[in-house]
Design a protein around this ligand. Structure first.
Ligand code: NDP
Length: 288
């Protein structure tokens, strides 16, 4: 029979994780610091523990999804003796360093530890498109992989517990900068009376098509040679005209000006004829 699971933390995400397990028929025990958040889950078949220690003792597999690293340790540090010999899956968003500290803390307390980065919003949990990255104990990942599939597509990245978080932040960094680029375009069009919705309808297929370039950039970056033929040069990529056009609209060019600064650093260092992918060197060596 399937492993019993305890879920600590019934915020938006913890509730979604617990609900998916309950619906899949997994015996699920839940706990939340503030009362009143377990009612809907209990109505669906979850068991509510009176306190965190009771929740931990209820299952061999404990899933924690709290606000941040400090809140996880506020709850779990007093319970190390109860957790010893059990498995802890920490789906709380933390930095890679915090995840590594938790892994070390767990190892010292004989707790099998897996860290996770959730690439989804709560409504996506249990739906196609949701993805969760895991790092830490591969043994734990293998043992519970089919259970994790109830939540999302599960990907194990490394024994280093910090790497799921590092990938998570790398993916989110790419997303936020892309979103800021969308805002840049929408702000440019607004003075011309063009609604953001019309721009969004054009930008979505455009950006989707352009993601086809990523693999090519990656090949150049991994090859380490920015002079390979067929690339758009840094000089050609000069964004001065963009910045002028944006200023003419009376809006801030800040997102695109940031990209131009990365280009200019490489041009100033004498690499103007090399490929656009070289702007990654401006990021890898800040201040050079
Ligand atoms: P919520 O704000 O909805 O819930 C936070 C939860 O943490 C609540 O259960 C809260 O309990 C609990 N909590 C906070 N501080 C403490 C503490 N000191 N001791 C005990 N419990 C505490 O957040 P989410 O559920 O949305 O997020 C949870 C985690 O999941 C976060 O790390 C978030 O980054 C991550 N995540 C969330 C995503 C999202 O889209 N929501 C996406 C990807 C990751 P109480 O009810 O008592 O306040």
């Amino acid at each position: 029979h399937a492993t019993d699971v305890t879920v600590l933390g019934l915020g938006a995400m913890g509730s979604a994780l617990a609900e998916t397990l309950v619906k899949a028929g997994v015996r699920t025990t839940v706990w939340n610091r503030s009362a009143g958040r377990a009612q809907a889950l209990v109505a669906q078949g979850a068991r509510e523990a009176a306190h965190a220690a009771e929740a931990v003792r209820a299952s061999p597999l404990v899933v924690v999804c709290l606000f941040d690293h400090d809140s996880v340790h506020e709850v779990l540090d007093p319970l190390v003796d109860d957790l010893a010999g059990r498995t802890l899956v920490n789906l709380t968003t933390t930095t890679p360093e915090q995840a590594r500290r938790s892994a070390l803390w767990a190892a010292e307390a004989q707790i099998a530890y897996l860290d996770g980065g959730i690439m989804a919003v709560p409504s996506m949990i249990g739906q196609p498109g949701a993805s969760i990255l895991y790092s830490g104990s591969q043994k734990v990942f293998r043992h519970h992989a089919s259970l994790f599939e109830h939540w999302a597509t599960s990907t194990y990245v490394d024994e280093d517990a910090g790497l799921a978080s590092l990938y998570d932040f790398a993916l989110l960094s790419a997303m936020y900068v892309m979103f800021a680029g969308f805002m840049q375009g929408a702000a440019m069009l607004a003075p011309a009376g063009i609604p953001a919705s019309r721009f969004a309808a054009m930008a979505a297929p455009w950006l989707t098509a352009m993601t086809g370039e990523l693999a090519g950039y990656a090949e150049v970056i991994d090859g380490g040679d920015y002079t390979v033929p067929g690339q758009q040069s840094l000089t050609f990529s000069h964004l001065g005209l963009f910045i002028e056009a944006i200023a003419d609209q009376g809006v801030s060019p800040e997102p695109i000006a940031m990209v131009q600064r990365l280009i200019q650093q490489q041009v100033d260092a004498g690499h103007g004829t090399e490929g656009f992918a070289r702007i990654i060197e401006s990021l890898k060596h800040p201040g050079n």
